[in-house]
Write a protein that binds this ligand. Structure first.
Ligand SMILES: NC(=O)c1ccc[n+]([C@@H]2O[C@H](COP(=O)([O-])OP(=O)(O)OC[C@H]3O[C@@H](n4cnc5c(N)ncnc54)[C@H](OP(=O)(O)O)[C@@H]3O)[C@@H](O)[C@H]2O)c1
Length: 298
């Protein structure tokens, strides 16, 4: 592909995704609030933008991988320089985990500016982003989804279409992260129980990972939780808390109670208050150890 793609947000996921796109032949113009995070891309010959709007060409494509609703709204809201510069025929591929309503509002504001909006949040951690093996639910207008597809294919091993509503793919992403958070809570409770019973949490989790739950997400988080390996974070606890809060709010918006979601949100909040904000989000399971009278530290 010859068209230069704009990329904003070079955190843990963004930098890995941008490097993957560059490796697959997409020329990039990148921007990050803390400019030093653009270095790995600049070293590879990708262009650096001094301001977010400089990533965009009129009628071009910009990808965003920012932390949260506030950051995406700040950069891409109505009358933002980035949106004005993208202009008629432009496309924003919005890949952050945000509330479905935020995507719907942003999509309307983009439409008013003549810009397409595709929602494409991702499943997978930074190593999957680097390897191009993310799973991606996608939603937005059919033409916008079609234009985004080659780029999403370079990042993923599977794309799942969820129709025209820009909020749909966000809902799918929040459903998935809610399930992972609830799974980790159960794993933390089992690990504490097994340790208290003198069985060895590793042996119990090891057997269950091979038999009842032989899937990578259960196996990988199970290992981290048992070993209490929470640093470096693949996914920071503050962002995990954000996602569980979004899940509870998005379910509430359609009048669905999420009792497990509320419980896990409080676990994550307590773990943040214990000083683990920048640890991996699996550290929310430390609260089960506290409840079981086990030490938090290894
Ligand atoms: N990590 C994972 O495993 C994972 C997996 C799937 C989805 N996600 C989702 O992907 C998104 C990014 O996650 P991440 O792990 O890459 O997070 P991260 O490492 O914390 O990076 C966040 C990015 O957002 C930028 N940012 C935050 N607030 C901003 C603001 N007000 N204005 C401009 N830029 C701002 C940060 O800039 P600075 O560098 O200047 O702080 C950074 O580029 C999140 O929505 C997350 O929920 C993460």
């Amino acid at each position: 592909m010859n068209e230069t793609i704009g990329f904003v947000g070079l955190g843990s996921m963004g930098v890995a995704m941008a490097l993957r796109l560059a490796e697959r032949g997409f020329p990039l113009r990148v921007w990050n609030r803390s400019p030093e995070k653009a270095e790995p891309l600049v070293r590879q010959g990708q262009a650096r933008a001094e301001r977010p709007e400089e990533t965009a060409a009129t009628g071009g494509i910009v990808v965003s991988m920012l932390a949260d609703d506030r950051a995406v709204t700040k950069l891409f809201g109505a009358n933002s320089p980035l949106l004005s510069r993208l202009g008629t025929g432009g496309l924003h591929i919005s890949m952050s985990t945000i509330h479905p309503e935020t995507s719907r509002r942003l999509a309307a504001e983009h439409r008013a500016a003549g810009v397409g909006y595709v929602t494409a949040p991702v499943f997978g951690r930074p190593d999957s982003a680097a390897a191009g093996t993310l799973w991606i639910p996608v939603s937005g207008s059919e033409s916008a989804r079609g234009r985004a597809r080659p780029l999403l294919e370079a990042l993923s091993r599977g794309i799942f279409e969820f129709g025209d509503d820009p909020g749909s793919a966000n809902t799918v992403k929040l459903c998935g992260n809610f399930l992972i958070a609830a799974m980790m809570e159960a794993q933390g409770e089992v690990a504490a129980w097994a340790e208290r019973s003198g069985l060895g949490a590793e042996a119990v989790m090891g057997m269950l990972s091979q038999t009842l739950f032989p899937c990578p997400v259960f196996q990988n988080y199970g290992k981290r939780i048992v070993a209490r390996e929470f640093q470096p974070a693949g996914f920071r606890l503050t962002l995990g808390l954000k996602d569980v809060e979004l899940a509870v709010a998005a379910a509430r918006a359609v009048s669905v109670p999420l009792p497990l979601g509320s419980l896990v949100r409080d676990r994550a909040l307590a773990a943040v208050n214990s000083g683990h904000a920048n640890w991996d989000w699996s550290s929310l399971t430390l609260e089960s150890r506290v409840g079981a009278g086990l030490p938090q530290k290894s």
